[in-house]
Design a binder for this molecule. Structure first.
Ligand SMILES: [Zn+2]
Length: 86
């Protein structure tokens, strides 16, 4: 059987180590939370495209660090606006 997951990752939500796909930062237990926060960030950025990570974090009640991790994952794409990390 071919192994699908090979990379040892650390979950950005609960800090647990798990085996997952490369460049992912969420374990299976936190997938739903991850998707929920990701959606919230995207919705927020649609409304306020020039926000930075701190503003997003404050608006959503999460840590700026977490927002930065989403950015590092490359899942948040900013085709327009002048999004800056900080
Ligand atoms: Zn987790």
């Amino acid at each position: 059987m071919k192994k699908r997951y090979s990379e040892l990752c650390t979950c950005k939500h609960c800090g647990k180590s798990y085996e997952g796909r490369k460049n992912t930062y969420t374990c299976d237990d936190c997938k739903d939370i991850d998707q929920m926060i990701f959606t919230q960030i995207r919705v927020y950025l649609k409304k306020f495209p020039n926000s930075n990570a701190v503003q997003i974090a404050e608006a959503l009640g999460i840590s700026a660090n977490l927002v930065l991790k989403y950015i590092d994952e490359g899942r948040l794409c900013f085709g327009r606006g002048t999004f800056k990390k900080l």
